[in-house]
Design a protein around this ligand. Structure first.
Ligand code: GTP
Ligand code: MG
Length: 139
């Protein structure tokens, strides 16, 4: 089960830019099943916890600020090989390097504001999903 789940967030600037519908359409058309979904808002503290792995990086404060600018859309997605396939669908972290047709190439504003998050491992997918949803909401 774990290997088939990933966690994603549409980031605040992409929400502001009204890309929710287009992004969700791409996700569903790529074969992902939406298992849980909500629009919510991160506080500085919660954004810091979510990106705790980056807390020593020079961009940590900017990252937290960008993640708190507006609401986010948090979701749990199911598909075979979900983590890797979703990272492929969203494209490289820096949209300048993202392949044509990827979500970040189409909808990101910049490296700091790159439209969408995707988990980087099966283990983190479950941790991140649990950060936003109860088990009963996912499975
Ligand atoms: P996420 O799916 O958001 O976790 O992105 P990622 O896994 O592709 O990248 P990573 O986890 O390494 O970085 C987290 C976020 O920090 C990225 O999505 C970027 O928005 C931001 N970020 C990463 N590297 C840089 C950088 O060098 N400078 C700045 N300003 N932001 C960065
Ligand atoms: Mg990451």
């Amino acid at each position: 089960m774990a290997a088939n789940i990933t966690f994603s967030m549409i980031k605040p600037d992409a929400v502001t830019d009204k890309h929710n519908g287009a992004i969700l359409k791409m996700i569903e058309e790529a074969g992902f099943k939406i298992k849980a979904l909500k629009m919510t808002k991160l506080t500085d503290e919660r954004a810091g916890q979510f990106y705790e792995v980056h807390k020593e990086r020079p961009f940590y404060n900017d990252l937290k600020a960008v993640m708190c600018k507006n609401h986010i859309v948090a979701m749990v997605l199911e598909k075979e090989n979900a983590v890797a396939d979703f990272r492929k669908l969203i494209g490289a972290t820096n949209p300048a390097n993202a392949d044509a047709g990827t979500i970040r190439k189409l909808f990101a504003r910049s490296l700091e504001s790159n439209a969408i998050h995707g988990s980087d491992s099966d283990e983190n997918a479950l941790i991140e999903a649990s950060f936003f949803f109860a088990q009963t909401e996912i499975f």
